[in-house]
Design a binder for this molecule. Structure first.
Ligand code: ZN
Length: 417
């Protein structure tokens, strides 16, 4: 894997690292001012360097200079995934060099190739270190993650590692579960950043508790009950949630109170109701993101397709706004007759009663508005019957509550684990 950080960029990394930590100490007003400055810079850049934003803002009769407060952002139209696909070439700023790209997984939507500039990778690393530090990481601790891109110049890295700083285990994406567990046991990291589905895959190979390891899972919908159960069953130190995506990187991290704090100084997040108005505390709405650090592919008011509940101020004292119960990709919500919705966490709460190792052997599929089918692979039929009865009694929807041995490939209208 190529190294992107030249030794000449090290001061830039240190400067932004200091800024990322300094922002945590700002008052709410100071933080808003810092976010507004970045928002203005991003909008101004996109207007002058990409034909898509230039045209769409002209059409909406808004000029960058008219963004005077964060609330003014609602004057700019939102950008959906479909619109991003359709206008892809016009959203890329051709004058900014792409140093890394990644295709989104495309589980629920067609994949999109996300392109990053060199500063984005540095900002993303700053956020990674900030989020780790908030949950107890110190530079002499070790962490493990799947290798995607590598920022550190090998000489700098070797020197730091020699003195015991920033020791990181990079797991190749094609590692087998057995290899991953073996490497984790040997390296004994304090933190392991991964996904829920990866952990469920690894569970079969874990044969001893890992009380030194805090697991950080993200990228998929999970509930606190599920995370606590994984922690207790395996014997991890803790299991926490991070909210992130390929388009914008680290969006939010779980604090000690169990809320997710938004990294608004890097990704400005608006939570909107179906009329496009800001949510009040306790309401659920759509996550709309303006990425403030990737100028190769500016994403302004981008609708990720995720839902979250706006929590507002958190008791931990952080001034970064907080959210909870994030639902990754709202396509995962079951839509019933008369526009009733079943949110996945309701079903996940029921599934959490199953032994952890069986979670990924279950599928719940909506085939029609009025019926949900439950599929289990090698799962006790009594449990499946119980689950379908509970879903039926709670939601009064499972008119044909069958369960089958048949395994269905992942489709878009399905709660999958
Ligand atoms: Zn908090």
């Amino acid at each position: 894997m190529e190294s992107y950080l030249k030794i000449t960029q090290a001061p830039y990394l240190l400067f932004h690292l200091a800024e990322a930590f300094r922002n945590l100490k700002l008052t709410k007003k100071e933080l808003e001012k810092a976010i507004l400055k970045k928002v203005k810079r991003t909008v101004n850049f996109a207007y002058h360097n990409t034909s898509y934003y230039h045209n769409i803002m002209k059409k909406s009769r808004i000029r960058p200079s008219e963004i005077r407060c964060l609330n003014d952002m609602k004057k700019i139209p939102t950008l959906s995934r479909d619109e991003l696909q359709k206008n892809y070439e016009n959203i890329i700023a051709k004058n900014i060099k792409c140093v890394y790209s990644h295709k989104t997984s495309g589980t629920l939507n067609p994949p999109i190739k996300i392109q990053y500039d060199k500063n984005y990778l540095i900002h993303d690393t700053c956020l990674l270190l900030r989020q780790l530090t908030i949950i107890g990481y110190t530079p002499r601790m070790k962490f493990a993650e799947f290798k995607e891109y590598q920022l550190e110049n090998s000489i700098i890295r070797r020197l730091l590692n020699y003195f015991g700083f920033f020791r990181k285990l990079e797991l190749p994406a094609n590692s087998t579960p057995k290899e991953i567990i073996q490497k984790l046991k040997e390296f004994r990291p304090h933190f392991f950043i991964t996904s829920l589905s990866m952990i469920l895959t690894l569970l079969g190979e874990i044969d001893e508790s890992m009380p030194y390891l805090t697991l950080i899972i993200g990228g998929e919908t999970s509930t606190r009950k599920m995370r606590e159960k994984i922690r207790d069953v395996v014997g991890f130190k803790n299991v926490l949630e991070w909210y992130n995506c390929w388009e914008c990187g680290h969006i939010a991290y779980e604090c000690e109170c169990g809320n997710l704090h938004l990294n608004s100084d890097y990704n400005f997040v608006e939570l909107l109701d179906k009329n496009g108005e800001p949510l009040s505390e306790g309401e659920r709405g759509e996550v709309v993101i303006t990425c403030l650090s990737n100028f190769r592919m500016p994403l302004i008011r981008y609708k990720l397709g995720d839902l979250a509940i706006y929590e507002g101020k958190c008791e931990c004292g952080s001034n970064l706004p907080s959210i909870r119960d994030v639902i990754i990709r709202k396509n995962n919500v079951l839509k019933l007759n008369k526009k009733r919705l079943i949110f996945p966490e309701k079903i996940l709460e029921l599934i959490a009663d199953l032994p952890v190792k069986e979670w990924n052997k279950l599928q719940i599929i909506q085939e029609r508005d009025s019926s949900i089918k439950i599929f289990g692979k090698d799962i006790d039929e009594t449990f499946l019957l119980k689950l379908s009865n509970i879903i039926n009694s709670q939601f009064k929807v499972v008119k044909k509550n069958k369960f089958k041995k048949k395994w269905i490939p992942v489709s878009s209208r399905m709660v999958s684990f």
